[in-house]
Ligand binder design. Structure first.
Ligand code: GUN
Ligand code: ZN
Length: 440
């Protein structure tokens, strides 16, 4: 059943462009007392309350939240739903962590009942954190893809996933073959791509777990299906990069392995992309590929520090990824807090408005969804989050008033978490209500 017309009145903050490229004044919009009107799945009108309220029919369902700030729904550009149950594992760096902690947990997704139950729990958690769109790793099992898409379709969410391709260097039970992965991916794309608000990503895990033959399959699939994304990992960890160089000695570097198989393009999303050389940055920029900055995971595994300044100078499309299970929270607030620290450690800054951009429109651009989501704009899908500016004790205790909206957002980002998420709206429907909140 299609929802009717509704209105939310609160502070509104969003980006309509990239502040790093066009400047904050041109990129950022803030309405201290604004209204969003939704009709069905879409945003019908946005503007200051003194203009919009008089135009509204008196019997409209109006949510008035003067202490809250509404932003676009958060976008998580790299996360493994299949690792929800192994978050917080104590293990070493990437390759041992994968072998000892992450991969064993993925075995259970051959069972559709298990997959469905984790998928539902994952979506509950995402929405409770204000994230309305994610680019998601499932497992090698087609059942894990069906389970996730079914759960997301049922909630009418804009979500992207795709069967993980891995035909070597993995435990038995987690491997396919090149031929099987091609057949299964084609079948899944035909059944899911474009259904509801779902999108498909061809998902070779990383260079180490795919044969040359399977990487070529991924390239052919991308060519055959012009609407699907490519989602994989790139240059996350020093030992990983050494292993890729040994496994693929005919190529100059890690990214060249992907490029030689047709995997570097304007629909590609490369998670991590930490240890890149000059040629890599140029190649990514030239092909208009996107990268997912995953600070929580990169710090937890000791992988390294993403170079935001350099990626920005090359005008790469950049999103944020929580990358659970290596990351330890599905909160985009926690994630951007860590992103800020990663920048600080390199003598860089992450301006609060830029942070908001990365969490919303930047992520949407990385996933090629910015014509549908990522900003509070008429005609966009009604995916947004109502944030309580006093949702945590630390925020409530802060007695120094923020100087401006930029500082207010910064404080929210570094002192906030899921307790600040009062409501999440997706497709015009309230899909999460904070349990203890009294919302009018
Ligand atoms: N590289 C290959 N697989 C993975 C994974 O599951 N997590 C992370 N962080 N990196 C990977
Ligand atoms: Zn990952």
């Amino acid at each position: 059943s299609s929802p009717g017309r509704r209105a939310w009145r609160a502070q509104l903050a969003h980006c309509i462009d990239d502040p790093a490229q066009v400047g904050g004044d041109a990129a950022f919009e803030y309405l201290p007392d604004g209204v969003i009107v939704t009709q069905g799945e879409y945003i019908e009108a946005v503007g200051p309350a003194d203009r919009i309220i008089p135009e509204l029919s008196p019997d409209i369902e109006l949510h008035h939240l003067p202490e809250a700030i509404i932003t676009p729904g958060f976008v998580d550009t790299h996360v493994h739903y299949s690792q929800l149950g192994m978050m917080g594992a104590y293990a070493g760096e990437l390759l041992t962590w994968l072998e000892e902690a992450a991969l064993p947990a993925e075995m259970a997704f051959a069972d559709p009942v298990h997959a469905r139950s984790i998928a539902e729990g994952f979506l509950d958690d995402l929405l409770a954190n204000g994230t309305t769109t994610a680019l998601v790793f499932p497992t090698v099992h087609p059942e894990s893809v069906d389970a996730f898409f079914e759960a997301a379709l049922h909630r009418n969410l804009r979500m992207i996933t795709g069967k993980v391709l891995m035909d070597q260097n993995a435990p038995t039970g987690l491997m396919d073959t090149a031929a099987e992965s091609e057949r299964q991916t084609r079948d899944l794309i035909e059944r899911w791509q474009g259904r509801g608000r779902l999108g498909y990503a061809v998902t070779p895990r990383f260079a180490l777990t795919s044969s040359r033959e399977q990487l070529a399959v991924a390239g052919r699939l991308l060519e055959a299906f012009p609407d699907v994304l490519l989602h994989t990992h790139l240059c996350e960890n020093a030992d990983e990069i050494t292993a890729v160089a040994q496994a693929f000695p005919e190529y100059d570097d890690y990214l060249s392995v992907y490029r030689a198989h047709g995997l570097v393009g304007d629909r590609s999303v490369f998670a991590h992309s930490i240890h890149l050389n000059a040629a890599d940055y140029q190649c990514l920029a030239h092909h208009d590929a996107a990268v997912a900055f995953c600070p929580m995971s990169n710090l937890a595994l000791g992988s390294g520090l993403f170079d935001l300044r350099r990626a920005t100078e090359h005008r790469l499309r950049i999103g944020l990824g929580t990358d659970i299970g290596a990351g330890n929270s599905l909160s985009q607030l926690r994630c951007v807090d860590e992103a800020h620290k990663v920048c600080k450690l390199q003598g860089q800054s992450l301006e609060p408005i830029q942070a908001l951009y990365l969490m919303t429109l930047g992520g949407a651009r990385a996933l090629r969804l910015d014509q549908r989501i990522g900003s509070l704009t008429t005609g966009r899908e009604a995916d947004f989050v109502i944030l309580d500016l006093e949702g945590t004790p630390a925020l409530r205790h802060r007695s120094v008033p923020p100087r401006d909206i930029s500082e207010r957002l910064f404080t929210l980002f570094v002192l906030g978490d899921d307790r600040c998420v009062q409501q999440t709206v997706a497709g015009g429907v309230i899909v999460h209500n904070r349990p203890s909140a009294s919302v009018s």
